[in-house]
Structures are given as structure tokens and as C-alpha cells.
Design a protein around this ligand. Structure first.
Ligand code: GLA
Length: 378
């Protein structure tokens, strides 16, 4: 799971010398609070053990040379003069450099070898892990003080403005701010967060449906516009500012689709705050129940689930050791997350995976993970 030694070996093999430092930034799983970050609401993700590691050697000039062990490719660019070329893993690093420069930071070059184990495209934020690891590398070599919130925004800017993916702030914030053993209750409007301890006696199990849908970006952008329409109807900038009372008093006036989208976002905020309270009281029964309610809302009102996710979540819920399960991340395929009693977690993993395979003829990857620290120099 920990690839910090492997990345050093890869660095030595490639450059014939030792790296100066190793940095790491994690992927994430969101426990609850889905499709609310771009509405300014509350999310409750945790940083996972799967991450991106970069072994780094400082360079005296302004060249960045990187070996991606995962792609078996190298890339390089010059910090004083670079532009977007084509979809490529190195564009995430260039995007981070561009966002840092835009903020007035002076950057130094580096040689790097990077190695990660966040599965790509499965909704566990491999891109945020890469962005925050790159930001950490730049800050270390360029002597820039590490401000996790600023660096999360830098990562998001790289993704929005350079790579061209219109994501919210959740993934970058948790990759930057995670804390071992804790989830992070984040207010996506103020960017203030609180670390909330995970309940005891339970495990977080991530189940990958092994389905990926194309056009996720356009469906995601469509949901964002529908939320904006609903906010405009209520005369606010963000749906976060519409209370359940305000919403239920006027929901009949909204077009049906807009109404469903808004109902998800507004009730999800309430569930997320309740889930954080439940965690603080070590009440995993309530947390599990809220996760299931979140799934139903994402499935029926926000309509971002798919058949495979619904089947997998239903199978998980039917298992006696499961306290709650839901789709996690943007949706349309990817992963579900389940809260499972620790003493029977092994049986859960085995039996739910087998039942899913029988039902849809796809093998689900299963990741059991604790919560880890956010981006760091090791
Ligand atoms: C993706 C985006 C996040 C968030 C989730 C849905 O992961 O990157 O910003 O919007 O979808 O909750």
C-alpha cells in the first residue's frame, strides 16, 4: 500500500542518484455530502491510504523533468515558458505550476519519479492526489510555505482552468487537509473544516462497480446548471443558502427536474451535518442510515447513479454486517462506499463481491481503507 520506498528505487534506477525528498498526497472517499460542494454546502470525505508519491531532486534551473512509473513515460517542461499541449498526465503538473505562478510564487525546477495506486477514473480522486503531490513538490523545492487551503485551490485551478474539468473543491481540500483516523467536515463556501473521528468498531469498505460511463463531464455540468437555476429561483447565489423550510414552502412552483435536483442538495446538507454529529457520538447506526438515505436521494432525485451502483449498494445493504452504503463521488459508475461492522468485514467483502459478480458478471475491486493524513513531505 505504501509506495514510498518503491518510488525511491524507481528514481534511482532512472536518474542514477538519490532523490532529496519524497512527497505524498492521498486520494479520497466521500462518506456523505455528494454533489453539494459546488453548491457551497457541507461534505464529509476522508483521505485514503491510496495515494500518489513523488521522489524529488532539486534542480538549480527552471526545468521540470518527470518520470511517471504508472505510464512508463517521461515528460519535461521549462517553468519560464510552457503551454497546454494535449490531454496528458503532465498537464496536471503544468496546471499546478501555472496556478502557483499566477499567485506570484517563484518556482524552482526539479527531477521527479512518481508512482501512485489510486485507481484512475473510479471516483477516488487520482487527479487531486496528483495535483496536491505536485503542489507539495513545488512548495518544497521553491521554499513556498505550505498552506493546505491555498494549495487545494491551486489544485482546483489546475483542474478547472488548465486541464478543463469543471470540478468543485472537495477532492483537493481533503487531499490537502486530511487527518489520520478522521473524516473532514468541510464547509465548501467558507472552506473552513473540522476533523471528525471515525466511529470505532467499523470499517470503511470501498467497492468498485468496474463500470465507467462516458460523458460524465457533460452530465456533471448539466447538474451544476440545474442547481444554479434552482438557486436563481430562490434569489440566492448558492443552494446552500436555501433552508429546507424555504424549499418545501415553494417546491411546487419549481419545474419538476429543477425541484428534484434542489431537493437532493438541500436535504443532503442536512444529512451531512447529522452524519458528522453521529460520528462525534460514535453512533455508526445513524451514520449508516444517513448514508443509505443519501444514496436514495442521489438515485431518485439527483439521478447520478447507475444500475451497477444500485445493484452493488442493494447487495451491500442486504448483508447483515452492513450499517449503510451509498454511491460515492460524481456517480454514473465508479465506486460505492459501505460502513461495515469490523468483526464481520472480511465476510462482507467476500460475500458481497461474489453476489455482485453473479448479478452483473463484473468483478468488483474491493478497497478497505483507514483515513490518512493529507499531502505531506515524508
Ligand atoms: C467529483 C468532483 C467533486 C464533487 C463530486 C460530487 O468528485 O470532483 O468536486 O463535485 O464529484 O460530490
Amino acid at each position: 500500500m505504501n509506495l514510498s520506498e518503491d518510488v525511491v528505487v524507481a528514481f534511482r534506477d532512472h536518474y542514477g542518484a538519490d532523490p532529496d525528498i519524497v512527497v505524498r498526497a492521498p486520494g479520497r472517499v466521500n462518506l456523505i455530502g455528494e454533489h453539494v460542494d459546488y453548491n457551497g454546502g457541507f461534505v464529509l470525505p476522508m483521505a485514503i491510504e491510496r495515494a500518489m508519491w513523488i521522489a524529488v531532486r532539486f534542480r538549480p534551473d527552471d526545468e521540470v523533468h518527470v518520470l511517471s512509473c504508472d505510464f512508463g513515460q517521461t515528460a519535461r517542461f521549462t517553468l519560464s515558458d510552457f503551454e497546454y499541449q494535449k490531454p496528458h498526465w503532465c498537464e496536471y503538473i503544468k496546471g499546478v505550476a501555472a496556478a502557483l505562478k499566477k499567485r506570484g510564487h517563484t518556482l524552482q525546477g526539479w527531477d521527479g519519479a512518481m508512482l501512485g495506486n489510486v485507481p484512475r477514473g473510479s471516483g477516488l480522486s487520482s487527479s487531486a492526489a496528483l495535483e496536491l503531490a505536485a503542489a507539495k513538490a513545488f512548495c518544497e523545492v521553491s521554499n513556498i510555505p505550505w498552506d493546505p487551503v491555498e494549495m487545494a485551490v491551486v489544485g482546483q485551478e489546475a483542474e478547472n482552468d488548465w486541464v478543463g474539468v469543471n470540478c468543485g473543491i472537495m477532492d483537493q481540500m481533503i487531499s490537502a487537509c486530511g487527518m489520520a483516523g478522521h473524516a473532514y467536515l468541510l464547509d465548501c463556501r467558507s472552506l473552513e473544516g473540522t476533523h471528525v473521528p471515525l466511529p470505532t468498531g467499523v470499517k470503511i469498505v470501498i467497492l468498485d462497480t468496474a463500470t465507467r460511463r462516458g460523458l460524465v463531464d457533460s452530465a456533471y455540468n448539466e447538474r451544476r446548471s440545474q442547481c444554479e437555476e434552482a438557486a436563481a429561483f430562490f434569489g440566492v447565489d448558492l443552494l446552500r443558502d436555501v433552508s429546507p423550510e424555504m424549499f418545501f414552502a415553494r417546491e411546487a412552483e419549481l419545474p419538476e427536474l429543477t425541484c428534484k435536483r434542489a431537493r437532493h442538495v438541500i436535504t443532503e446538507d442536512v444529512r451531512t451535518l447529522a452524519a458528522a454529529d453521529a460520528m462525534r457520538m460514535n453512533d455508526s447506526e445513524t451514520l449508516g442510515k444517513l448514508m443509505w438515505e443519501s444514496h436514495v436521494s442521489l438515485r431518485d432525485d439527483f439521478e447520478v447513479s447507475n444500475e451497477a451502483l444500485n445493484t452493488l449498494v442493494d447487495l451491500a445493504m442486504a448483508h447483515e454486517s452492513c450499517l449503510g452504503a451509498r454511491m460515492t463521488g460524481a456517480g454514473f459508475g465508479g465506486c460505492a462506499v459501505a460502513l461495515v461492522r469490523e468483526d464481520s468485514a472480511a465476510a462482507f467483502e467476500r460475500e458481497v463481491a461474489a453476489a455482485y459478480q453473479q448479478a452483473v458478471d463484473l468483478e468488483p475491486a474491493v478497497y478497505v481503507t483507514g483515513a490518512t493524513d493529507g499531502a505531506q513531505r515524508l
